[in-house]
Design a protein around this ligand. Structure first.
Ligand code: NAP
Length: 340
């Protein structure tokens, strides 16, 4: 089997370190791995398949000889460096927002629009994490009755803000345990422990945040539904890992609860955990504590939307998924597998 030279840009971050683990777990045919990060990390090492790999400073020249580059850095660094990777002949799968809405760049969730990979011109984007977690279970229901409107509230973990976000919540939890003053927040706008922060990203003129508009704009592109209507509220919650979302869908056609349950039970990437009678809460519905560090989107609390006047056309559910895995690294490695 052909083996590939694979680089990770941002290899030391929350997503980058998970990508390295996913390449190993998914047995991606890596011949050579290149780990790229800032000058601060150059010379340190990370382990891959039991061997220590030295991290290099990310520069345009570092992409020479790469077949595939997985991007796990922020928007500015992605824009600055990834065009050089394409010029060097690599195909890029990028996690940042930088190229997602570029009409020349496919935006892919393999369970939904794997075929879009075919028209890439060097860069393929990985969607926003909360968007992936909402759309993986929405897609099989869309195939039954055609979704036309989504009302979504997200409960997003601290690690969605990367390694610094996770470290900040851990430091706040530790300070609270020692009954010390909570350190001044840096990664988030306010203290997160014992709190909820209903703002992720900047506000637009309508009062929606950039994170909230990603679900509408990326959702339309991924599902090829340019008219999809979305109303989303994104909230940062004091959970370390795994996002949760409340999703209410309105459909063009009728869908029974049984049809919805059947579609979700057989859908790729989905695990149905929906048993109101179960003795343990862990078997009754998904919770982020159970969905961390695994690849499926767990769906539960499936019920009819009793506020929808057309009773057969509204479904509501709760879902949880690990946003560093399926919301980022796992999805990116799945895309890379489509390329080989
Ligand atoms: N966290 C999530 O749940 C999640 C989910 C989906 C998508 N994303 C997206 O994935 C990307 C990475 O997020 P993250 O959460 O992994 O962030 P992170 O933990 O803060 O990691 C950032 C990475 O970028 C590197 N970096 C910083 N400055 C650099 C420079 N000048 N040149 C090269 N590399 C540099 C860092 O290297 P050093 O260690 O050397 O500073 C680190 O490896 C972002 O675009 C984010 O929006 C994140």
């Amino acid at each position: 089997m052909k083996e590939y030279t694979v680089a990770i840009l941002g290899a030391t971050g929350a997503v980058g370190t998970q990508m390295l683990a996913c390449l190993e777990e998914q047995e991606f045919p890596v011949g050579k791995i290149k780990l790229l990060a800032s000058a601060r990390s150059a010379g340190k090492t990370l382990s891959f398949r039991g061997e220590e790999v030295v991290i290099e400073e990310a520069t345009p020249a570092a992409f020479e000889g790469c077949d595939i580059v997985l991007g796990a850095a922020d928007d500015a660094i992605a824009k600055q460096l990834l065009p050089a990777a394409v010029e060097a002949g690599a195909t890029v799968v990028d996690n940042s927002h930088a190229f997602r809405m570029d009409p020349e760049v496919p935006l892919v969730i393999p369970e939904i629009n794997a075929d879009d990979v075919s028209w890439h011109k060097g860069i393929i984007s990985n969607p926003n994490c909360a968007t992936i977690i909402a759309l993986v279970p929405t897609w099989p229901l869309h195939k039954v009755a055609g979704v036309k409107r989504m009302i979504v509230s997200t409960y997003q973990a601290a690690s969605g803000a990367g390694a610094p976000g996770m470290a900040e919540l851990e430091a706040q939890i530790a300070a609270m345990g020692r009954e010390e003053a909570i350190p001044e927040p840096k990664a988030f706008a306010a203290q997160l422990v014992s709190n909820l922060i209903p703002q992720i990203g900047g506000f637009d003129d309508e009062g929606y945040t950039s994170e909230e508009m990603k679900l509408q704009n990326e959702g339309r592109k991924i599902m090829h539904l340019p008219e999809l209507a979305v109303c989303c509220t994104c909230v940062r919650v004091p959970v370390l890992r795994s996002h949760s979302e409340s999703v209410t869908l309105e459909f063009e056609g009728d869908i029974t609860l049984e049809e919805a349950r059947e579609a979700l039970a057989g859908a790729p990437g989905v695990k149905l955990v929906d048993d109101r009678g179960a003795e343990s809460a862990h078997d009754r519905f998904p919770m982020p504590i159970d969905t961390s560090d695994q690849d499926l989107i767990w769906v539960g609390r499936l019920r009819r939307d009793i506020s929808n006047p057309e009773a057969a056309r509204g479904i509501t559910f709760w879902c949880c998924g690990d946003q560093i895995r399926k919301g980022a690294a796992t999805n990116a490695v799945q895309i890379a597998k489509l390329l080989v």
